[in-house]
Design a binder for this molecule. Structure first.
Ligand code: DGT
Length: 229
């Protein structure tokens, strides 16, 4: 059977941008990435992709996320493996919308979390190199679109207070030192350029409380909504 493509279908195909304008929302744990994404829910032209924490919590009934925190020596590697897969799926997920807004990316997993796990000895050097091989392979064989990074910059103290307040079960054992080190890693990557930055970085003051943060969010609209303005 010859497949006849109607004019409407043609129009639909051509209206699907192959590479939507893609924004990664980055920042320490507790920096307000979820709230930032919520701010953009009101715009129809944006495909919002939240981080797959729920999948990490329930992999066929196994809470890999909890195991990673409770028994890092054993579970950091499988957890990081699964993070890579779930993030890659989001990176290559197609959308008909002109803008894609993603909570985190494979890059923060690689340059912040995996680096931290290597330096505190949670990941054996051999495991670290296996992960690097995966990242390099993905980088060479998949197009990972990124047009802008929004960095929600907090002090580690503010991030830690928020984490304590929201009291996620799995994060109850997270010490301040961990948040401080993750802060330094985000700074090294996004401010000092110690690791590869796939796009320009817009830095927002995410220390502001909920009442005052809206002006910061609005400041980012011009950059995030660029393709439709
Ligand atoms: P928000 O809205 O800024 O407060 O963001 P969160 O805290 O909901 O999201 P995020 O990505 O900073 O952290 C969620 C949890 O997942 C947190 O316990 C850290 C953990 N996490 C995220 N990505 C990775 C990763 O690549 N490796 C490890 N070990 N943990 C990760």
């Amino acid at each position: 059977l010859t497949k006849v493509i109607t004019a409407n279908q043609m129009a639909l195909f051509s209206s699907q941008p192959k590479h939507p304008f893609t924004v990664f929302v980055e920042g320490n744990i507790g920096s307000g990435k979820t709230t930032f994404l919520k701010h953009f829910e009101k715009f129809n032209d944006i495909c919002l992709l939240t981080e797959p924490v729920e999948r990490w919590r329930n992999l066929n009934g196994v809470n890999l996320f909890d195991l990673m925190y409770k028994n890092p020596e054993r579970f950091a590697m499988p957890f990081q493996n699964y993070v890579t897969l779930t993030m890659l799926k989001l990176h290559i997920q197609e959308t008909s919308k002109p803008i894609k807004l993603m909570e985190r990316s494979m890059f923060s997993a690689r340059y912040c979390f995996v680096e931290k796990m290597l330096s505190n000895g949670t990941l054996h050097e051999g495991m670290y190199h296996v992960l690097q091989e995966w990242y390099n392979f993905i980088h060479d064989h998949h197009h990972v679109q990124c047009d802008l990074i929004v960095y929600l910059r907090t002090s580690p103290e503010v991030a830690y207070e928020r984490i304590k307040k929201r009291a996620r079960d799995e994060e109850s054992c997270v010490p301040f030192e961990y948040i401080k080190d993750l802060h330094e890693l985000h700074e090294n990557w996004l401010i000092h350029g110690q690791f590869f930055r796939p796009a320009q970085v817009l830095v927002l003051d995410a220390n502001l409380d909920l009442e005052n943060i809206n002006s910061e969010y609005r400041r980012s609209e011009l950059s995030v909504l660029k393709p439709i303005m």
